[in-house]
Design a protein. Structure first.
Length: 537
């Protein structure tokens, strides 16, 4: 074995080891991993992006595959595990070709040809559902099914309930113009410990875990002024000594300051403002006058929360305490303090809000964190849907069809690249195989059924369904092949396209490396010289 082959095999081995970490977490029945990171924080998740983010990958070749997965997370926000599995399996199949005698460059050429053909074939498998960027609001049911597929891979069993909530939140944020750019930050998540996931709700507007400063706890048809400065007395600055000769002078000393703050707050009340939102502290004297004029005071410690609230209520944040103009004021249907579990929250509820908040409930912090990750994936899928609305059959149906078409294409290629294209086609079988194995079903039987069924129905895939049981008198979960179009199991074309592209490019990069040269670690003190020691020591 030459040094070139040995280096490539070692790199492939490192990528296969990385893949083994996340393989069992793929699909709706994927297992969770318990990860304890470098600061002793505990994660319980089956989200590949979170697992890889928290583990320390040292091998450079495995890091390339991990970076490809990270690029998928940044580009789409979902499909990270797909990149790892597909890339590692591609390298495993390439290893067999290298042992047969093919050179790395020939394998890379074959993979690039197969990738080009795959990207040509993918759009032809589209499921026609009359979905466009302009009519997303009119096809809420289809959008919901797409998001349910994304959530089902993380939280199977809660996917229908959470899918409905996320769809409503995304469409609330989008408004009437679904062609404009969608910002994922506009769908906020508020995690409140206690209860169960089915007690989660969606509120159009903002929810903040705080209590109000004033006595007023509920305002309907609110008129709001937002300030980034403190609501407090402007303290008189003196560099000299103040001489007070009588009690009357002492009482009159701060009277002007009190009169000033009352004048400001009275002018706000006269302008029709009944809620003040401040990014600074609310002083005791100011609070007294706010209560006197029946104005609710909300203090936000985060400047980002202040910006989001201002966006929710369409207000301009003022840097100085003054009466805002009509255009600078915000409006909100209702603002009230609510108690969820033992947590007090302030709810800014506004039907025309540009921000929506999902209130997630759960019994432990780990469940809430995992639920948040699933919701993030679904929101990112909605953003991808606003970029490209082409839907592909899910459940491994697209992969089996690609494997079949690429095998036919390989037989038409005269060169030695046909072997690499054939192995590339076989790699696609790995996806439905892992879906079946993680569900406890014999993967060979499922693959055989899928290949036979695809002669008549290209939408046949691995489906997790329900069937009535005579024994338990309830619906039992069944795992079998089925028409994914009838089951409304959709994958996004844009997600699959980028995942295959990133995985293939990463695999080709690993195959093209023949040597890893590591520099000496930089920094740190110079090693101590042991003077007087013998050379042998």
């Amino acid at each position: 074995m030459s040094s070139l082959e040995e280096a490539v095999y070692r790199n492939i081995g490192a990528c296969k080891e990385l893949c083994e970490t996340t393989t069992s977490s793929f699909g709706p029945n994927g297992l969770n991993k318990m990860v304890i990171n470098h600061i002793e924080k505990l994660f319980v998740t089956n989200d590949a992006a979170s697992i890889l983010r928290e583990i320390d990958v040292v091998h450079p070749a495995a890091k390339i595959l991990m970076l490809a997965s990270d690029m998928q997370e940044k580009e789409i926000g979902d499909g990270t595990n797909y990149v790892i599995l597909f890339g590692a399996k591609l390298l495993e199949n390439a290893e067999g070709l290298l042992r047969m005698g093919l050179s790395p460059s020939e394998v890379i050429d074959g993979f690039n040809l197969a990738l080009k053909r795959t990207l040509e074939l993918l759009p032809t498998f589209e499921i026609k559902v009359n979905l466009t960027k302009e009519n997303l609001r009119d096809n809420e049911q289809i959008v919901c099914k797409v998001l349910q597929t994304a959530i089902g891979s993380k939280l199977f069993g809660y996917h229908e309930f959470l899918g409905d909530l996320v769809t409503k939140a995304c469409l609330t944020v989008t408004g009437s113009d679904s062609t404009s750019s969608f910002n994922v930050d506009n769908v906020r998540i508020c995690k409140i410990l206690g209860g169960g996931l089915f007690q989660s709700t969606m509120i159009p507007g903002m929810v903040i875990k705080r209590e109000v400063e004033s006595e007023i706890t509920k305002v309907n048809q609110a008129r709001i002024a937002a300030f980034s400065c403190p609501i407090d007395i402007q303290v008189t600055e003196t560099k000299g000594t103040v001489l007070l000769k009588s009690a009357d002078e002492l009482l009159a000393f701060s009277k002007d300051e009190e009169a000033s703050i009352e004048t400001h707050i009275k002018s706000l009340a006269d302008a029709g403002i009944n809620v003040i939102v401040s990014g600074g502290k609310v002083g005791e004297m100011a609070l007294h006058f706010l209560n006197k004029y029946k104005i609710m005071a909300v203090r936000l410690q985060s400047k980002f929360d202040l910006r989001r609230v201002a966006k929710t209520i369409d207000a301009v944040v003022l840097p100085k305490l003054r009466t805002p103009t009509h255009e600078e004021m915000g409006a909100c249907d209702s603002i009230y303090v609510d108690e969820i579990g033992d947590t007090h929250v302030i709810v800014f509820k506004h039907a025309k809000s540009h921000i929506a908040t999902l209130i997630l409930r759960g019994s432990t912090d780990q469940i809430l964190d995992d639920c948040e990750r699933a919701v993030d994936d679904a929101v990112n899928n909605f953003k991808a849907l606003t970029r490209d609305t082409i839907l592909l059959p899910g459940g491994g149906a697209t992969e089996i069809e690609l494997a079949s078409k690429l095998s036919e294409y390989a037989r038409t290629c005269p060169g030695i690249e046909q072997y690499a294209i054939q192995r590339y086609a076989e790699t696609f079988e790995y996806i439905p195989k892992i879906l079946a194995e993680n569900s406890g079903v014999k993967s060979t039987e499922i693959l055989a059924k899928l290949y036979v069924g695809h002669h008549d129905n290209p939408n046949l895939g691995f489906v997790v369904g329900q069937a009535p049981s005579d024994i338990t008198q309830s619906n039992d979960i069944i795992y079998d092949t089925g028409d994914v179009k009838l089951s409304e199991l959709y994958d996004l074309y844009i997600t699959k396209k980028w995942a295959i592209l990133f995985a293939t490019k990463a695999a080709c990069t690993v195959l093209s490396v023949d040597e890893i040269i590591c520099a000496k670690p930089a920094g740190g003190p110079k090693p101590k010289e042991n003077k007087g020691w013998d050379n042998d020591d």
